[in-house]
Design a protein around this ligand. Structure first.
Ligand code: SAH
Length: 239
């Protein structure tokens, strides 16, 4: 489904365009890509590289290990990929960024799309971040070898929320992180398996009781595993 404003547009700046769409070319996101619910454009940063070798990196000022992506090369790549009136947020995948949340994913999925810069090496020259208005986004407190896998995570989380990608499930109101809760447990057939039965209430046909049980379980699991998600005073599942 293409909305009135056209598809949700993503542009990825990377040294490894072959990594895209990768896993996003399969399953729900791949079908949606084929149906033009969203679009994916990759730009090789090396196209703006310098000299015969199309060099994109250089040694860190002040010394130290590794290499740094040049600000002039990256800025040229961003400028070549985006018009000055491009309304899309420009993100830089970065372990220093604000950690990605489901709330942020929802906001990004509701917008026109994304321009995503994938870092490599030790990272990018700091000046291009301010110079091109890049917002740093992290997918978690660990270090990847490059921004591409992080960009795939970000895109996957956005694309599944686009209208028409997941069908009815997409409303996702019961899902983890909606309403600051982790999700309740799921079960399906067989009813008894290796001495473990599906909780009786789920077979009762009593929808109100099922809903109550699911709310209580979601709260119990969240309090146990991720009390940081709960508001103060919400921590006691018995409450
Ligand atoms: N020296 C940097 C890490 C560079 S890792 C530091 O210590 O902060 C190389 C690239 O991988 C980064 O520029 C970034 O684009 C990407 N990357 C690594 N970990 C990431 C994470 N947790 N979230 C998002 N991007 C990440």
């Amino acid at each position: 489904m293409t909305t009135a404003q056209g598809p949700w547009r993503s542009t990825i700046l990377t040294l490894y365009p072959e990594m895209f769409p990768g896993p996003l070319g399969l399953s729900l996101s791949g079908d949606a890509l084929a149906r033009r619910v969203w679009s994916l454009e990759t730009r090789n940063i090396r196209d703006q590289g310098i000299g015969r070798h199309r060099s994109v990196d250089d040694t860190p000022a002040g010394g130290g290990a590794g290499m740094v992506l040049r600000c002039d090369v990256l800025a040229a790549a961003i400028d070549a990929a985006t018009a000055s009136d491009d309304p899309r947020p420009r993100l830089l995948m970065s372990p220093r960024g604000r950690p990605l949340t489901q709330a942020r994913v929802r906001a990004l999925a509701a917008g026109p799309g994304l321009v995503v810069v994938c870092g490599r090496f030790e990272g990018v020259d700091e000046r291009v971040i301010a110079g091109r208005g890049l917002e740093e986004v992290s997918i978690g407190d660990y270090v990847l070898s490059g921004g591409e896998v992080a960009a795939l995570v970000l895109l996957d989380s956005c694309v599944r929320l686009l209208p028409g990608v997941m069908g009815k499930v997409a409303s996702g109101e019961d899902e983890s992180f909606e309403g600051n809760r982790l999700e309740y447990p799921h079960y399906t057939r067989p009813r008894d398996w290796e001495g473990r039965a599906i909780p009786d209430v789920l077979n009762s046909g009593n929808h109100a009781a099922v809903a109550r049980w699911r709310r209580a379980e979601a709260l119990r699991i969240t309090a146990e595993r991720r009390p940081d998600l709960l508001a103060p005073g919400e921590t006691d599942p018995a409450a």
